[in-house]
Design a protein around this ligand. Sequence first.
Ligand code: ACO
Length: 434
Amino acid sequence: MTASTGKSATLTTPDGKTAELPVLSGVLGPNVIDIRKLYASTGMFTYDPGYTSTASTTSHITYIDGDEGVLLHRGYSIEELATKSDYLEVCHLLLNGELPTSAEKAQFVRDITYHTMLHEQIHFLFRGFRRDSHPMAVMIGVVGALSAFYYEDLNVEDKHHRMIATHRLIAKLPTIAAMAYKYTVGQPFVYPRNDLSYAENFLHMMFSVPCERYEVDPVHAKALDRIFILHADHEQNASTSTVRLVGSTGASPYAAIAAGIAALWGPAHGGANEAVLTMLREIGDPSRIPEFLEKAKDKDSGFRLMGFGHRVYKNYDPRAQVLKESADQVLAQLGKANNPLLAIARELEKIALSDDYFVKRKLFPNVDFYSGIILEALGIPSKMFTAIFALARTVGWVAQWDEMIEDPEQKIGRPRQLYAGHDRREFVPLDQRG
Ligand code: ACO
């Protein structure tokens, strides 16, 4: 709940105008200064590129304390959720605010399971893409195109309509991601199976082929389910803010989620998990770590240590901590404890965390640092890493979209700017431009 503290901050502009700005408090985290009336009372905007000091909304879903390395979903710690819960239970929590009862869970699992198939016509859409297309490019296109199949009669103001769209998105994203993979390797699309769990079904759609039996390895399914939980939501990050911004116009949720996928693809955001593996392969041997660290510290090199640093965490990303332990466990269970990339990652982390450059800037491993190693051990090609992130994050995006639509304080997202271009000038006809 947002509450007025009864206090205000006083701002006086150089031309002597004064604004009394209410100070609001949340349940956790810093207080905020409510600047909504600032322009009306002073004629001035605030300037905050990258929104580093701006709370864009009130939210009840996820809380991060970046200094302490804390991540809570609806009050529950990510460590507990990752080790004691499962992905669909976390989805229910994010969407509805509470962990489900047994009956609610059974109903929710059924609602998701029975929405996993795609309209058959969508299969033809895939054939328009080049076979070597990046799965994220395909996902942006196909998820956006869901609007053409499931949007006609969707009223975003209707809670029930939003719930159906939410179920469809969570259910169909794994099908779409697996199809994007199958398309690139030239194998037939595999239909979902209703007798499998969410993670098992995804592995089945990724790896089974019509000519032989495929049994899902429970170790693989458990490890993947945990990766899904760790990526489910992360408050107002770039892709979530994108979804909220697109959704604030009343646009189709499928279009908003496609925009979220586009935002996630960048190497500074979700694309980093693929980049981490590329980097670890390039390093190739622990003896080359110092060379790469020097490059990361050299601003002219344009190289950054992938999987390191975070806008909010100035401490160990708690998701990375869980994943680091998971990587050890899963690789041991799969008989891959001596994985050379894991050895390089561990050593790189150790050296970076004792290096002054990284210590001073509070650069710690983030969620992407260890996830790629686990995904690779499960046989998932690195081009699919960000697609897996996207399918797991879909629940966070739709939960935040739904919250935004219900929030009476939300308006269409429309930042302002500090204009630094030309002053007004006269148009010069073409024949007089010299
Ligand atoms: N390697 C080397 N130096 C870094 C790194 C890095 N990975 N990250 C930040 N720095 C340095 C910057 O050069 C800067 O140094 P300076 O103060 O001397 O100029 C300082 O640390 C602060 O960096 P900013 O770019 O201001 O930090 P910001 O909060 O804007 O960026 C970001 C965060 C984009 C995640 C950044 O740390 C980065 O590019 N990391 C690598 C990519 C990555 O792993 N992204 C995944 C993030 S998690 C996620 O999205 C799921």
